[in-house]
Each structure stands twice: as structure tokens, then as C-alpha cells.
Design a protein around this ligand. Sequence first.
Ligand SMILES: Cc1cc2nc3c(=O)[nH]c(=O)nc-3n(C[C@H](O)[C@H](O)[C@H](O)COP(=O)(O)O)c2cc1C
Length: 172
Amino acid sequence: MLELLRSRRSIRKFQDRPLTTEQIETLEEALLRAPSARNLKSWEFIFVDDRELLQKLGKVRGGSSGFIGGASLGIVILGNEETADTWIEDASLAAIISQLAATSIGLGSCWAHIRNRDHSPQETAEKYVRELLGIPDPFRVLCVIAVGFPAEEKPFVAKKDLPFGKIHRNRF
Ligand SMILES: Cc1cc2nc3c(=O)[nH]c(=O)nc-3n(C[C@H](O)[C@H](O)[C@H](O)COP(=O)(O)O)c2cc1C
């Protein structure tokens, strides 16, 4: 587990080749095994592999999301806010599990945040994604996880560089 956590880094540059069916199935299974509050499974996922849609998704937040355009897959992570008031937590756990699963099979990934972000001064990032992908109420959009074969290498963060001061014992 620690090996996996050490090797997961945000990858924003991808090779131009599609994922295999087996890789997609691994990501699907990982997502559907994510824990959720009261096991309500408030999440839903859209697997986007259409190049034109990926490029449009990449424009959702300018420089903060452009890497989606070069990914082989964008996993749009949704939550049903009527199913559970913990939809953000449920969806976040699914998102990071998909990233760890991607790392475990040699793929790179990066989270592009959508919730509470803007596409433009007139339009939220969430509205842009909802309209682009036809997402109905009451589904909310948390983020897009861009996935692909890595085209950049990122070093492990050395253990000595971790912020151990953030861990407190017994009292703050
Ligand atoms: C909630 C959340 C939102 C993030 N949003 C973005 C984003 O919109 N764009 C981006 O390039 N990276 C985004 N990231 C990735 C972080 O920048 C990255 O995880 C952080 O810099 C640590 O780097 P590492 O993932 O390589 O360890 C997000 C990560 C999280 C957990």
C-alpha cells in the first residue's frame, strides 16, 4: 500500500493512445468498490473517451483543467445530493480510489476540480459540465479525473520531506 501511495503523483501529460478494455474495467470496478456513507452509493460516473468532448472538458477551467484535453479518459465524478448529504465525501473517496487504481496499473491521473469553481465570470464550471454532458438534477459534479498513459515522470516525495508536524498526539 505504501509503495502505491508513494508512486501516485498528479500526472498532467499523457501519451496519445487509448486505454485497454481491461484497464477501463479495472477503473470501473475500483470506483464501484468505493465506500460510501450508509452504503448509499450516492455517486455516479461518466466515462468520457470521445476526443472532442475531452477537449471541451479541458476548457472548463482554462489552465487548471487543460490537461483533460490530452487524456485518454476523463472520469466525471458525480454525486446525488438528494441521496446523501455526504455526497461530497462519497464522491471524493471514489475519486481518489480511481486515482490509486490507475497508478496500480501503470496509468497516470490528475484531479480537475469542478465544484465551487468558475468557467467564466458568467458561468460556473459545474454548469458548463452539466450542459456539455447532459447531466440532470439532482446530480452534482465534483471533479473530473483525467487518466492516461503517463508522458511525464514525477519523483517520489522523500519521507523526510513529508509534513510530520501536521500529526498531533492526543491533543492538538
Ligand atoms: C480536491 C483537489 C482538487 C484539485 N484540483 C486540481 C485542479 O483543478 N487542477 C490541477 O491541475 N490539479 C488539481 N489537483 C491536484 C493537486 O494539485 C495535487 O494533488 C497536489 O499538488 C499534490 O501533488 P501530487 O498529487 O503529485 O502529490 C487537485 C487535488 C485535489 C485533492
